[in-house]
Design a protein around this ligand. Structure first.
Ligand SMILES: O=P(O)(O)OC[C@H]1O[C@H](OP(=O)(O)OP(=O)(O)O)[C@H](O)[C@@H]1O
Ligand SMILES: Nc1ncnc2[nH]cnc12
Length: 151
């Protein structure tokens, strides 16, 4: 399956699906789509546009201007630091976190930590691919993870 086909898959069926409604879609309150550097940017803006909600970038450290808040984390193969601008989300803001892949969960866990620091309300996480053997969804509990493909 190509990336374009995956994008189609992620944006076409889900705005109307029970899964999306249960996990993230709350029409009565604004929602932000929080997307992870870098491959999350392939999917996040499309989903945000489809849902008619805002889009926030979580970037690797040192990329964003102005005041930022950051969290260090471990990947399967090293260390990194995730960062957002301090005013990217407001306290109480509902957010859904989106990335291409869930492996160990370290990256999404760090993004959740950033959201907790900013007192945002995490609605859940969405990924295109979940590598189930690495048990990333356990790492992210109590937050839910919705994945399109698992292997
Ligand atoms: O669940 P984890 O073990 O944290 O791994 C998943 C993360 O790893 C990859 O990103 P990577 O840091 O390689 O960066 P990239 O998107 O810039 O390629 C992938 O895009 C996820 O963000
Ligand atoms: N196992 C994996 N495969 C592909 N991309 C990754 N990024 C982090 N872990 C990965």
């Amino acid at each position: 399956m190509t990336v374009v086909q995956l994008v189609q898959k992620i944006i076409e069926p889900y705005p109307e699906s029970a899964a999306l409604k249960t996990h993230i879609y709350a029409p009565e309150s604004p929602l932000m789509c929080l997307c992870l550097d870098a491959r999350g940017f392939l999917f996040g803006p499309l989903l945000a546009q489809r849902l008619g909600v805002g889009f926030v970038m979580v970037r690797k450290k040192g990329k964003l201007p102005g005041a930022t808040v950051s969290v260090a984390y471990n990947l399967e193969y090293g260390k990194a630091e995730a960062e957002i601008q301090v005013d990217a989300v407001t306290p109480g803001q509902k957010v859904v976190l989106l990335d291409d892949l869930l492996a160990t969960g370290g990256t999404l866990f760090a993004a959740c930590e950033l959201m907790k620091k900013q007192h945002a309300e995490i609605q859940g996480c969405m990924v295109v691919i979940e590598l189930t053997e690495l048990k990333g969804s356990d790492r992210l509990k109590p937050y839910s993870v919705f994945s399109l493909v698992q292997y």
